[in-house]
Design a protein around this ligand. Structure first.
Ligand code: HEM
Length: 416
């Protein structure tokens, strides 16, 4: 049965819709075609404009002095939104990461971490990333020919990379894995810690506790890692307060994790589903950088970010009023027929590939260079040893409106 535009709009605020790729893309294609700037009034969320065309997403991100990240950088259930506000009024800390900020704070705060993520710094980190990629392909080999690739391999590797960059001990990696999944798989029954906003809030508070201890330790004994750079950073000669320091760790530990693991799992799934593309890539490994870019477009693990207008703005034939929020649908922009030739074809040689999976403009993903190296290193290791691979069961997607991808990818394989 075909969808109406109203139903398609509501799908954007329905975690379950993201667990069904076909249904989601049917809805997004309809919106791009018939209502690219569409007012949505979902049941459990505040109303917003759904922005589904590539050009409109870029226009909004380019106008970052009008479309602000504060106070609502992402879609949150109205009940959670209210709970967070209530806790803050009672004096609990509120997360204030780069994605919650606008200029001038955003520019100054982003600069603190920026050097650690430049391609030059990333090249220095590359040997460690390769070692971790090799360890995880070894782990795949040790699993003996069948596994759930998401839970047993992909979920661990990017977290190891990011926690190594931060400088945390490997003994803490398990705890961080659980916390980041609880935080980002927030809408999915299999991932979340509890049902209530209080239980979700408890995840946030656990994060705060861990990172506050880390800041104190790095201030007492600075070391040569990103955690020390954050703990000892100054703005106008003053150290960051506890909240801003903790928020910095949180954005890096969380943003760098499920995004990249979802890309690797979804990329592998796409190669299994498109054996011709897998053969092409094996025959010509120089295609790998383009293949990585295509995996990132194909998966688009970040489903949305929001902006709120600080004055009336005319977008196409619609006026967005001051105070209204827009939801930038990256999966939609990345299948926009006006920009991509045959957008629903997975093409390891796609060039050009002007996808928006890392966003655009001043908030463009800080970890993009790192993510690209991680994905490439993993597939270089894997493809050099892979003999056969096939699905061993039905893949399943995380039900979330924010960051997600596959939560299960059962595979059968043979490695050299
Ligand atoms: C921001 C996607 C990996 C750190 C973002 C944004 C997107 C995104 C869509 C928002 C951009 C915007 O608002 O225009 C992705 C994808 C990844 C990935 C698809 C993997 C394939 C990483 C990694 C890190 C990271 C590995 C590093 C630890 C950040 C940070 C921001 C950000 C710190 C906030 C930037 C700001 O607001 O200035 N990312 N990301 N991301 N990402 Fe990533």
């Amino acid at each position: 049965m075909s969808l109406t535009v109203e139903e398609a709009g509501r799908a954007l605020a329905d975690p379950q819709a993201y667990a069904d790729d076909d249904r989601l893309h049917e809805a997004l294609a309809l919106l791009r075609r018939e209502a690219p700037v569409h007012w949505v009034e979902p049941e459990d969320y505040r109303p917003f404009w759904a922005i589904t065309r590539h050009a409109d997403i870029m226009e909004i991100e380019r106008n970052h002095q009008i479309f602000l990240n504060a106070p609502r950088p992402q879609l949150l259930p109205a009940a959670l939104d209210a709970e967070v506000r209530r806790k803050v009024e009672q004096g609990a800390p509120a997360l204030r990461t780069l994605v919650h900020m606008d200029d001038p704070d955003h520019r100054v705060t982003r600069a603190i971490g920026a050097d650690w993520f430049r391609p030059k710094a990333m090249r220095a980190l590359e040997p460690r990333i390769r070692e971790l990629a090799r360890r995880h392909v070894d782990r795949l080999a040790a699993l003996g020919g069948t596994c759930d690739f998401v839970q047993q391999v992909a979920a661990h590797y990017p977290l190891y990379v990011i926690l190594s960059l931060l400088g945390l001990p490997e003994s803490d990696f398990g705890r961080m894995l659980k916390l980041t999944q609880e935080m980002f798989g927030g809408d999915d029954g299999d991932m979340r810690r509890g049902e209530t906003p209080e239980e979700k809030m408890a995840v946030l508070l656990d994060f705060f506790g861990y990172f506050q201890e880390l800041t104190a330790a790095r201030r007492r004994h600075p070391t040569d890692d990103l955690a020390s750079a954050i703990a000892n950073a100054t703005v106008d000669g003053e150290p960051l307060n506890d909240l801003d320091t903790t928020s910095y760790y949180v954005i890096i530990a969380t943003a760098g994790h499920d995004t990249t693991s979802s890309t690797i799992s979804g990329g592998l799934h796409a190669l299994i589903e498109n054996p011709g593309q897998l053969d092409r890539l094996r025959a010509d490994p120089t295609l790998l950088p383009l293949a990585v870019e295509e995996m990132i477009r194909w998966v688009t693990p970040v489903k949305e970010f929001m902006r709120t207008a600080n004055r009336d703005y005319r977008l196409g034939d619609v006026t967005i009023r001051e105070g209204e929020s827009v939801l930038l649908s990256y999966p939609s922009g990345n299948r926009d027929e006006a920009v991509f030739d045959e957008p629903f074809r997975f093409d390891v040689g796609r060039d050009p590939n002007k996808h928006l999976a890392f966003g655009f403009g001043v908030h463009f993903c800080l970890g993009a260079a790192l993510a690209r190296i991680e994905v490439r290193a993993f597939f270089e290791e894997l493809l050099s040893r892979l003999e056969t691979i096939e699905l061993a069961g039905r893949p399943e997607h995380v039900a979330t409106t924010f960051v997600g991808g596959l939560k299960r990818l059962p595979i059968r394989y043979r490695l050299r």
